[in-house]
Ligand binder design. Structure first.
Ligand SMILES: Nc1ncnc2c1ncn2[C@@H]1O[C@H](COP(=O)(O)OP(=O)(O)OP(=O)(O)O)[C@@H](O)[C@H]1O
Length: 310
């Protein structure tokens, strides 16, 4: 049976009766890097705080690694969270910050702390105080702090926000290492899908407190690839021809007069074959949808429909 790191059922959090997280049913299998995507105010941080035990739900429940989240206090030792500010003490060094948190948790293994600092590439900062760190270094130290209790699930809220490309690359390779070599499940949020796409293995699109779509990186890749759009009065007939003559399986009948073809196909040969079969072709155009376009179609597109209806 598949083990889920996270399973939520109707998980809801309201602030003054307004839902910030609205009846979310979500399943995240163990071993994933789950990218939580959504615009500002979508409810990402609130969802993460609920899962990290930093907030109580108004309704609903969740399970972590198959156990009831809010009932099993021990379970939170399996979770490491970096939400909003990393909670660093600016007047201390990286190691002093690590020791302070470790002592508060009753842990004393200095060699392990040194290993974590090296893993997060922050071990060479020596006597430098945290206040002199770059944003990227602070975030990496923030991640090192979340690793002290060796959690199985890491919850990271926009850890790459405001970080330059080099800093981003360092965090990206760190997270991939934590996932692949140390087997950690990671939930990471961002409003920049392009960034997440370099890390995530699956995604949840969040809007107005709801998960509006959950899909794997492969599915997202397919949806954001090039496609051929065929406009014809007989989309169904064209689809049959496409399958029989061109062995194309990946297509979608968008409407009675539109066919989206997701596989590469010789468009000139296709048009010739359609015309020969008495299927008129009004238009045949190549389109490319970027990840960003896909994201905005999910967000802005639906908003436009709603506001037009109001
Ligand atoms: N403690 C709180 N009290 C009242 N309202 C809150 C509180 N925390 C969040 N909210 C509201 O809940 C909604 C979701 O906020 P949340 O911070 O979870 O979104 P987000 O997707 O993480 O956004 P951002 O990317 O800006 O952090 C927002 O409308 C926010 O104003």
């Amino acid at each position: 049976m598949k083990t889920y790191a996270v399973e939520t059922a109707g998980l809801t959090k309201r602030f003054r009766s307004i839902p910030a997280v609205d009846a979310i049913d979500l399943k995240i299998p163990q071993g994933e890097i789950f990218g939580l995507v959504g615009e500002n105010g979508a409810g990402k941080s609130t969802l993460m705080k609920l899962l990290a035990g930093m907030m109580q739900p108004s309704e609903g429940s969740f399970r972590l690694f198959g156990k009831e989240g809010k009932e099993d206090a021990f379970l939170y030792h399996r979770v490491g969270a970096l939400i909003e500010q990393p909670g660093l003490i600016p007047s201390l060094t990286a190691m002093e910050n690590m020791k302070t948190k470790a002592l508060a948790m009753g842990l004393h293994d200095e060699r392990e702390l040194q290993r974590l600092l090296a893993l997060c590439d922050i071990d060479k900062s020596g006597r430098k105080k945290v206040r002199a760190f770059s944003l990227g270094m602070k975030q990496r130290l923030g991640i090192a702090l979340t690793l002290i209790n060796d959690p199985d699930l890491l919850i990271l809220d926009e850890p790459t926000n405001g970080i330059d490309p080099r800093g981003f690359e360092a965090i990206r390779s760190l997270l991939l290492r934590l996932n692949r070599e140390e087997g950690k499940t990671i939930i990471i949020s961002s409003h920049i899908l392009e960034e997440l796409s370099k890390i995530a293995t699956s995604y949840g699109f969040m809007r107005k407190g709801r998960i509006i779509e959950q899909l794997s990186s492969q599915e997202l890749e397919e949806k954001s690839q090039e496609y051929l759009l065929l406009r014809t009065p007989d989309a169904a007939g064209a689809a049959v021809l496409l399958e029989e003559r061109f062995a194309v399986r990946s297509y979608r009948i968008v409407s009675a007069s539109e066919l989206q073809i997701n596989e590469r196909v010789d468009s000139a040969a296709l048009i010739a074959a359609l015309v020969k079969a008495d299927i008129p072709v009004w238009e045949c155009t190549l389109h490319h949808q970027s990840l960003e376009q896909y994201f905005f179609a999910k967000n802005g597109g639906e908003r436009d429909v709603e506001s037009a209806a109001q």
